[in-house]
Design a protein around this ligand. Structure first.
Ligand SMILES: *Cc1c(COP(=O)(O)O)cnc(C)c1O
Length: 377
């Protein structure tokens, strides 16, 4: 025990700044502008979706950056509680609602609004003693077939909620499976499902894609609440239009530095498995980022990497802490040269496509080793 304490004294203090150059610059001013764009596209109010640690940007920092947002949406009660513990006072909606009676109680104590998407949640509610009334959003399944009850089965649940003095049914919501218009017929069918009923309550239907296309506008009015997520972070929700086309501003720029430069001869291979072979004598830069930071291991040779302002190509496999880049064309690149993996100059959606994924996943899989640093503004 004594030894243990001695050792602890010898460890560096947590306050020492970490010096690795790999970081994500976050432009909070652009984040706010994207939120304003989302608001301008929908008639009612807009809850900023900041689940999953604010899509990897830092949930509490997102909430603080949008101090006057109409509200926030998170996935689970735990996330809502973190917001309240950080002193966030704006409305907070929990998209998956309460998992059990304890969560009903916590939501009630901390003024979290809960989605009810299944009858079992109301059974759990019966087991809880609520401190304060809880605002409830009833979720309808409009074709995603994930969470939500069928519109035709909503009536009895609405009656149960309305009969409960401690529950206030405030909104009817749905989440579209095809708002990005990959399947326009499925999207139209979802609109019809929501229109078939007179809900007599404000609706909440639009995610980022529906916000940008405004194709769900007939369901919305002054009281409706949109739920923009990915667009706030500067990635396009639509496959056919880029973030720039849509007027979205870049929020995250993922940066690192060159830590080593060396030459390889024609025919030599680079990286694990020798996946890439130099066709001619080449110069290779090693950059301090890898899948241990969340840079996708699926990124193929040829993925653009901005080094010292030049668009270069990733070569060879992404390893845990490093990547290798062909810099043969640019003599001014050296150890310490700045690198951008995505952000201001390299569209995160382009990187996502090359990796057969979406920007949502690239953002969410950034690991804690990547410091999030506020950019100017
Ligand atoms: C995540 C989520 C959103 C936000 O979706 P984006 O595509 O990021 O805009 C909206 N509503 C629900 C129910 C969600 O789960």
């Amino acid at each position: 025990m004594y030894l243990f304490c001695r050792w602890r004294l010898l460890l560096p203090q947590a306050t020492i700044d970490m010096t690795r150059p790999t970081h994500a610059l976050i432009n909070w001013s652009n984040f706010r502008q994207n939120y304003q764009l989302a608001k301008s596209k929908a008639p009612g109010s807009a809850y900023a979706v900041i689940k999953a640690d604010g899509y990897g940007h830092g949930m509490v920092r997102c909430a603080r950056a949008l101090g006057d947002a109409d509200g926030f949406a998170v996935a689970c009660v735990d996330e809502g509680l973190l917001l309240r513990q950080a002193g966030i006072k704006r409305p907070v909606l929990v998209l998956q609602g309460a998992y059990d009676a304890d969560e009903w109680q916590i939501a009630s104590a901390h003024n979290l609004q809960l989605v009810v998407h299944h009858a079992q949640q109301l059974v759990e509610r019966e087991l809880a003693t609520l401190e304060n009334p809880v605002d409830v959003w009833l979720k309808i399944n409009s074709g995603m077939n994930r969470l939500g009850i069928r519109a035709t089965e909503a009536e009895p649940l609405m009656a149960l909620i309305n009969d409960d003095d401690n529950l206030e049914l405030t909104h009817v919501m749905t989440h579209f499976a095809d708002a990005d218009l990959a399947q326009p017929e499925a999207f139209s069918a979802a609109i019809e499902i929501m229109k078939a009923q007179d809900w007599s309550l404000p609706l909440s239907v639009s995610n980022s894609a529906a916000t940008m296309t405004q194709l769900a506008a007939e369901l919305e009015g002054d009281g409706s609440v949109s739920r923009p997520g990915i667009m706030l972070y500067g990635s396009s929700p639509l496959a056919t239009q880029s973030a720039t086309d849509l007027g979205l501003k870049c929020v995250m720029t993922l940066k690192s530095q060159v830590i080593h430069v060396h030459d390889v001869k024609a025919g030599e291979k680079v990286g694990y498995g020798g996946d890439w072979t130099a066709e001619k004598d080449s110069r290779i830069a090693v950059v301090a980022i890898g899948y241990g930071d969340g840079y996708p291991r699926q990124a193929p040779s040829g993925t653009p990497i901005l080094v010292e302002g030049h668009r270069c190509s990733l070569v060879g496999r992404v390893s845990m802490d490093m990547i290798t880049v062909d810099i043969s064309e640019y003599a001014d690149i050296q150890v310490g040269s700045e690198v951008e993996l995505w952000g201001e100059n390299i569209d995160v959606d382009e990187i996502a496509r090359l990796c057969n994924t979406i920007a949502y996943e690239l953002f969410c899989q950034l690991t804690p080793r990547v410091k999030r640093v506020a950019a100017e503004g």
